[in-house]
Design a protein around this ligand. Structure first.
Ligand code: NAP
Ligand code: G4F
Length: 351
């Protein structure tokens, strides 16, 4: 039986990865940080699985990290998914973001070397946010980002991710560690945190339909993201650790959509059409059926610097790992809206 440690087990991806690994008959150790409130909501269903163990640890504390690894020196795979992962929050808490998202990775890597664990395989959750303002152009004029596109980070989060990415590369080259970094583009699903824009939208749209919420307030409607389905992306992480040669891989759909399109598509799933009126911070989204204003702009959601366009080229992952995305943008929105709508419906019916 293979063994894996997942740092960041309580997050969206941690919860999908543990599902995948348990299905593949792994024994999984999940590391979660101390919290005064319950942070295990997404992994409740695996807590009693005999092949799963939850241990407490914080990646900003190197003693904590090495203490955990010492217990499992023969572990086969280590996944570092732990991060302060909200880009907007990173502008308000840059030091904390650096410690968790940047230095946390180094704490794991150096502990692997110090404990002579170079036989294990390591995965680092790198991010398309590292590209920032940078992209390349195909001959047909379309823009894209792949493993060779330079990084131009636009947030404290992205800078911390770049540091962790380069540390992963360095430990691969300096110590021969099987260390791979997945440059994952935005990936979503019903387990996504409610402060990320997709889930914020699908929760709000569902609540608006039941009259529990009046208005969805957002920031930049025109930012473009390459949105994929989280469980498929976690399979990409696993695949990176199964090939002989460690490397960096972009995981993306190759399609990009605006926040505005995500909102339109979400309402469309529930049979509603949005009409946009006004400009800039005065722009509003109106329900065509009733004339009700349901979307407005709140500048508090603007970021000091924005990443305007993300669109990934995952050809390398397709060739080397056999990874391709299956869930389309429309299907993703439908999965998320349906899950949130059904939750609201259940609550409504209980009343
Ligand atoms: P997420 O839902 O925010 O989960 C982050 C996880 O890190 C949570 O389990 C969190 O614990 C944990 N964590 C935070 N600080 C920690 C600390 N000091 N010590 C130990 N654990 C800590 O993020 P996600 O969407 O699952 O993403 C997983 C990883 O992929 C992250 O590194 C993220 O930056 C990266 N990434 C995500 C995307 C995406 O679109 N989702 C794209 C590219 C890269 P709590 O539950 O206690 O907060
Ligand atoms: O959903 P977001 O907060 O995701 P963002 O900033 O792209 O970051 C996510 O994806 C990265 C990969 O590219 C990960 F590394 C990172 O950890 C995280 O998972 O925002 C998406 C876009 C941004 O342009 C933002 O400015 O939506 C825009 N936006 C507009 N209104 C909003 C809102 N974002 C949030 N969170 N909330 C809004 O009200």
């Amino acid at each position: 039986m293979d063994t894996a440690i997942i740092f960041g087990i309580t997050g969206q991806d941690g919860s999908h990865l543990v599902d995948l690994l348990l299905k593949k008959n792994y024994s999984v150790i999940g590391v979660s940080r101390y919290s005064s409130t319950d942070n295990t909501g997404r992994i409740k269903h695996v807590l009693s699985n005999e092949n799963f163990k939850l241990v407490q640890g914080d990646i900003t504390d190197v003693f904590s990290v090495s203490g955990i690894l010492k217990e499992y020196v023969h572990v086969d795979e280590i996944y570092n998914l732990a991060a302060q992962s909200h880009v907007g929050v990173s502008f308000k808490q840059p030091g904390l973001t650096w410690d968790i998202t940047g230095k946390g990775c180094l704490n794991i890597l150096q502990s692997i070397v110090d404990l002579d664990m170079l036989g294990c395989r390591f995965y680092q959750a790198s991010s398309s946010e590292m590209f920032g303002d940078s992209s390349d152009i195909y001959e047909n004029g379309q823009r894209y980002q792949n493993e060779n596109t330079k990084f131009l980070p636009q947030s404290p989060y992205a800078i911390a991710k770049c540091a962790a990415h380069y540390a992963t590369r360095l430990f691969r080259e300096a110590y021969g560690l099987h260390a791979s970094a997945g440059i994952l583009f935005n990936h979503e699903g019903p387990r996504r945190g409610e402060n990320f824009v997709t889930r914020k939208i699908t929760v709000a749209v569902s609540k608006i339909m039941f009259g529990v919420q009046d208005l969805l307030s957002v920031g930049n409607l025109d930012a473009k993201r390459d949105w994929g389905y989280a469980p498929e992306y976690c399979e990409g992480m696993w695949k990176m650790l199964q090939v002989e040669k460690p490397d960096d891989y972009v995981i993306a759909t190759g399609e990009t959509h605006t926040v505005r399109e995500f909102i339109e598509e979400s309402f469309d799933v529930l049979g509603e059409e949005i009409i946009w009126e006004g400009e800039g911070i005065d722009e509003k989204g109106i329900l065509k059926s009733s004339g009700q204003m349901v979307v407005n702009i709140n500048p508090r959601y603007f970021r000091p610097t924005e990443v305007e366009l993300l669109i990934g080229d995952a050809s390398k992952a397709k060739t080397n790992l056999g990874w391709t995305p299956k869930v389309t943008f429309k299907e993703l929105v439908k999965i998320m809206v349906t899950a949130d709508y059904n939750k609201q419906k259940e609550r409504h019916e209980k009343k």
